[in-house]
Design a protein around this ligand. Sequence first.
Ligand SMILES: NC(=O)c1ccc[n+]([C@@H]2O[C@H](COP(=O)([O-])OP(=O)(O)OC[C@H]3O[C@@H](n4cnc5c(N)ncnc54)[C@H](O)[C@@H]3O)[C@@H](O)[C@H]2O)c1
Length: 385
Amino acid sequence: MIYKTILIMKTKKLNLGIVGGGSKSWIGHVHRIAARYDDQYEIVAGVFSRNVKSSTEFGRKIGVSKERCYSNYKQMANEEAKRKDGINVVSIMTPPSSHQIIAETFIDKNIHVISDKPFAGNLEQAKKLYKKIKFNKKIKYALTHNYSAYPMVREAKVLVEKGKIGKVEYVNVEYVQDWSEGKNLTSKNAKKNLKWKLDSKIVGASAVLNEIGTHAYHLASYISGLKGKTIFADIKQVSKKIKMDDNAQVMINFTNGAKGMFWTSVMAKGGVYGLKIRIFGSKGSIEWVQNDPGYLKFNPSRGAVKLLERGFHNAELSKKFSRIKFGHPEGYLDAFANIYREFATSIKSKTKQRNFYPNEDEGLETAKFINACKISSRKKRWVKI
Ligand SMILES: NC(=O)c1ccc[n+]([C@@H]2O[C@H](COP(=O)([O-])OP(=O)(O)OC[C@H]3O[C@@H](n4cnc5c(N)ncnc54)[C@H](O)[C@@H]3O)[C@@H](O)[C@H]2O)c1
């Protein structure tokens, strides 16, 4: 990947359309804030829900004109493509299995795409989408694997690239959540609380892996610069009451021979957004924890442990991705906004330059990883990714 200083261009804002992320969607709110954070995008069109009435009501509420609140995404792609002031970019934040078909509809109209993860519902969809993106030279694609956009994660990536921890030997990542949110989930109330996450046709290949495993695998590859080669996975339903794969333990062999351990769960009681990664190399190790995102722990095998702080003189690179002075907390919204800012810069630059943001290459990798985990877990053996 080539790195370039990210400049905020003073040119016209990009016209942004939105699919999904309606009034009750938390991530919809995050996308809209991230898009507005650096004044690079103007939200001008959308279909925010499958329910036309509530979609239009919501669109009007956030300032979209009535004629540009559409009934469905196909109509939006068609109508916007005809307009002189039509959207340049669409953001997709619908449930996983619809990502591919919606993205392809806009790609066919030469509209750039920002999509939330997973890249697609399953590997078959991912391959089709990947081909479509690579085939169309007029569009760019960004995937909001937002954790890799945190300033100190990027600092970590470059630190590894510069060889500060030597050759990477072990990667250990865990991402656990507690979807019960303190409630006693039963087979009766599960549907009300977990909605489409229980429906494999909507959530795709695996609930736990598509929803949060993608983030963990992407983060491990992003910082280490390595791709998984073979994996041994055990995907389980730990909860006795709800039918959903909610836990995955995966052993990974990486391309350079490094070993990886990976745990992801959505039923880890009290595990509120526990994302943590440790990478060990021949000369030392690094550690980053999302709950304390402004710091990167760097343990050289010889010498004292260093705590690198975002925006401070020992973490120069992180300044490029910081909007707030060091010492003050920054986080999730800022990381998300980094992807929106970088994608705007990339679209406006008209070059192949993509800076740091994740795109279809990472998307296909995560889909291959999940597919291999499913096969490994079923056959109880190592499989190639
Ligand atoms: N990057 C992250 O950290 C992060 C965090 C949470 C969710 N997500 C991802 O965001 C996506 C959405 O998750 P969510 O929790 O917001 O789901 P949600 O069910 O809360 O919201 C989805 C929204 O999309 C709308 N929708 C569904 N199909 C549509 C269609 N065909 N056209 C228009 N609107 C449609 C729904 O009406 C709803 O408003 C998922 O892929 C999820 O994995 C990512």
